[in-house]
Design a protein. Sequence first.
Length: 190
Amino acid sequence: MKIAAFRSGRKRAAAGALLLGLAAADVTHAHAYVSATEVNAGWKQDIEIRIPHGCKGSPTTQVRVKIPDGMVAVMPEVNRSWKVATKMRKLPTPVRGEGGVMITETVDEITWSGNTLPDNVFERFVFRATIPNEPGRMLWFKTIQTCQSGEHRWVEVPTDESKMGEFFKSTPEPAAFTRIVKPSRPQYPF
């Protein structure tokens, strides 16, 4: 039992190290990114998209994030510096939410606007969502960063996730991502 747990822990550590390595390998390619490299399957979690610079010196004026399929109960965090707007989409099949309420739609996109983010500082754009119960799946957050002059379209996703290293080395504007992992414990003790 201890050996199996040790091996499982080593696999998770190796996968985490790979994701951290990809995220930190070349800061010039990691512009719009999710602060956590892993999220727990089925948990309600905060997702933080970070925008660490503007567009060639021009300040950021808007950030738009596309929510991946399967995420429900999406709620942007209050940010008194930015106006927050959401665009909804219908779910193909309703899902049961907290308290047995049937959820028939979810947030499709979140847009933060109405402020400027200077080129030399970073900002966190946070929302909470229920993560799909799909361990091993990558969640890609396509993000469009609009500046006073120009924009970055962090929307590229790999066609083959087994070649992530190659993808990040050759893609100038990859989408922000995180991997869903099997939790080691329930989110709540009840």
